[in-house]
Design a binder for this molecule. Structure first.
Ligand SMILES: [Fe+2]
Length: 349
């Protein structure tokens, strides 16, 4: 599209290009925008000095329209001083041709710009294809990871059927605790460094080690003897071992790492009296400290063969009583703020 208020210039320009291209000649900026609604040019040759709307105003308006901003513009002008050339280029023109121009030179410069534009589009197509491919692969990996979690979760629930719903409730409580702890400056930085989606999924695997505990202990309809309880404690270590095996065969080893940490440390206690390693205080990973509160709360609210569920108020009270001995005191404060949300989730079960 050739835009110039001078009819002679339009004729000369069109003559130079018409053998190779379809050329639309337009006598003003105003008409140019009207024609632009019907024709999408591959390139615009634009005169600078025009009455009413000059070339600079035309290019500014054009570049402000996202649908048309990428159409290359070459300025054509008699004003060949450095200043106007720079101004034209800074407004987004791709080239600048001084009038009077030689027709073969005009043709050559137009060809060059059209070639560049074609390459730019090709590159853009290639990039968006590449980006789409990466997105699809990423989604496939995430789907596969979720499937692994779902499968493992199902295995745990199937094996430990007494605690029906525990696994899924656990991840909801865990999410509530994480959301609330995020508002606490003491935990914010660490939580923000997590892949939170993965962490929440991982919380469902904290008891995966129970699949390695014998039925006679795992499903015993009564309190465990001290020896049986010692065996039961091993579910933390078995869990970490199982997850480590999965990790070793996964190309993305970190995806399940959170699960290992939670499986291993969810029975540790703040005062060091927990198991399996008797870790204390902040030596217990944060995810394990959160899981401890979540796990105990759900166990208290659940019916077991040897006990009835207790009320949400009593369960919350026991968590609060455990502050500083069983649980991280600062996390107990976080829990107090969301105890009502815990109650709602436990009531749904
Ligand atoms: Fe456990």
């Amino acid at each position: 599209m050739l835009v110039d208020d001078n009819i002679t210039n339009l004729a000369v320009g069109k003559n130079a290009l018409v053998e190779q291209y379809d050329v639309y000649t337009v006598p003003s900026g105003d008409k140019f925008f009207k024609i632009l609604e019907m024709v999408e040019p591959d390139l615009i040759l634009l005169d600078v000095e025009m009455p009413v709307m000059n070339g600079y105003e035309v290019i500014k308006k054009l570049k402000a329209d996202p649908a048309r901003a990428s159409i290359p513009v070459i300025f054509l002008t008699a004003k060949s001083d450095m200043h106007s050339e720079l101004e034209g280029l800074s407004l987004g023109a791709v080239d600048y041709i001084a009038k009077p121009f030689s027709p073969p030179l005009l043709l050559k410069r137009v060809e060059t710009q059209l070639l560049l534009e074609a390459q730019r589009r090709e590159l853009q197509r290639y990039n968006s294809g590449l980006q789409k491919m990466v997105e699809e692969k990423t989604r496939a990996v995430a789907d596969l990871q979720t499937a692994v979690f779902d499968l493992l979760t199902e295995v745990v629930e199937y094996r430990d059927d007494e605690t029906g719903g525990h696994v899924s409730r656990t991840s909801i409580y865990f999410q509530i605790m994480v959301d609330s702890a995020l508002r606490d400056a003491a935990f914010q930085d660490e939580i923000l460094s997590w892949d939170i989606r993965m962490m929440v999924l991982s919380s469902r695997l904290h008891d995966i080690g129970k699949i390695a505990i014998r039925d006679s202990i795992l499903l015993k309809p009564g309190k465990l003897t001290p020896e049986e309880f010692e065996t039961m404690k091993l579910h933390t270590i078995y869990g970490a071992d199982i997850i480590e095996k999965i990790e070793k065969s996964s190309p993305n080893r970190s995806f399940i790492d959170h699960a290992k940490v939670m499986a291993l440390t969810h029975h540790e206690k703040w005062d060091g009296s927990g198991y399996p390693h008797g870790l204390a205080g902040a030596d217990i990973p944060l995810a394990g400290r959160i899981m401890a509160i979540v796990d105990v709360y759900d166990a208290l609210r659940s019916k077991r063969p040897y006990k009835m569920p207790i009320s949400s108020e009593q369960a919350a009270e026991i968590i609060i009583q455990g502050s500083g001995t069983h649980f991280d005191p600062q996390l107990v404060e976080v829990f107090r703020e969301v105890a009502a949300s815990f109650e709602k989730v436990s009531d749904l079960a």
